[in-house]
Design a protein around this ligand. Structure first.
Ligand SMILES: Nc1ncnc2c1ncn2[C@@H]1O[C@H](COP(=O)(O)OP(=O)(O)OP(=O)(O)O)[C@@H](O)[C@H]1O
Length: 236
């Protein structure tokens, strides 16, 4: 069943943040919501997560689905080890032995097995974000919400985290809503990309990118053209 947001509007104290926003995607699609700062991207994720009620509109296809939410700041529990952080979100869902296996599987996918007994304060920023990705994927959620998880990181680290994220996501597709104001993130990750207007956020444009993730390179003219289109949509 597709996931649909239908005519969603939201204002805070008279400030219109989202206006008549409608989109529909297939299940297990990696959807990027690309928009300028203040266009209501976080508000939209919070509405999908059920943290905020929209003033108008409805969501179809989301009911009964569990949600994992990844933020810009990693929100790891600092009194628990890497393994303990994953264990914490799994303890109500899996038996102890299944938990051990699941945790090892995801830590291996993000290359952090040997750091499993470290506390977050002993990890670099990139390693912490990898733990947070592994934790989000380990949790048995059908929907993944990602709020600019790589913002403010240097280019090398951002690229390496995007690869870690894609390794996890390609191994096990989830319906993902990834918000960003970064054209390259949308271009390299999105299967569907929706571009928002300035506040109040409305859908300004929509692209489907059907190039397999592993074949996305700016050397390809098609990718360069898509980048140009996204740039125009975002800035004009
Ligand atoms: N709970 C709230 N109460 C009042 N105003 C709010 C609230 N949440 C968000 N806003 C306002 O809504 C607008 C959109 O915020 P939001 O965080 O959704 O945008 P964004 O696109 O995620 O921005 P950024 O890219 O800068 O994070 C902002 O002007 C913000 O001040």
């Amino acid at each position: 069943m597709p996931l649909s947001l239908c005519h969603i509007s939201k204002e805070f104290d008279g400030l219109k943040v989202l206006e008549d926003l409608t989109l529909e995607v297939k299940e297990n699609t990696l959807t990027c919501i690309l928009g300028p700062s203040g266009s209501g991207k976080t508000t939209l994720l919070n509405i999908i997560a059920g943290i905020i009620e929209p003033d108008a509109g409805e969501m179809v296809g989301f009911a009964g689905h569990r949600i994992s939410y990844i933020f810009q700041e990693t929100r790891l529990l600092k009194w628990k080890t890497v393994r303990g952080n994953l264990d914490f979100v799994l303890k109500d869902h899996l038996s102890p032995s299944a938990r051990q296996q699941t945790i090892s599987h995801y830590l291996q996918l993000v290359g952090l097995e040997e750091f499993q007994n470290y506390y977050p304060e002993k990890l670099s920023g990139g390693m912490k974000q990898r733990v947070s990705l592994a934790r989000a994927f380990a949790y048995p959620a059908e929907i993944l919400l990602m709020d600019e998880p790589f913002v403010g990181l240097d280019l090398g680290l951002k690229l390496s985290l995007m690869h870690s994220f894609l390794d996890l996501w390609l191994a096990e597709r989830r319906s993902t809503f990834f918000v960003t104001h970064d054209i390259q993130e949308a271009l390299f990750l999105g299967e569907e990309v929706f571009v928002l207007t300035h506040r109040p956020g409305r859908i300004k444009g929509h692209l489907t990118i059907d190039i397999p993730h592993r074949e996305r390179s700016l050397q390809r003219q098609e990718m360069a053209d898509l980048q140009e289109t996204l740039y125009r949509l975002l800035t004009e």
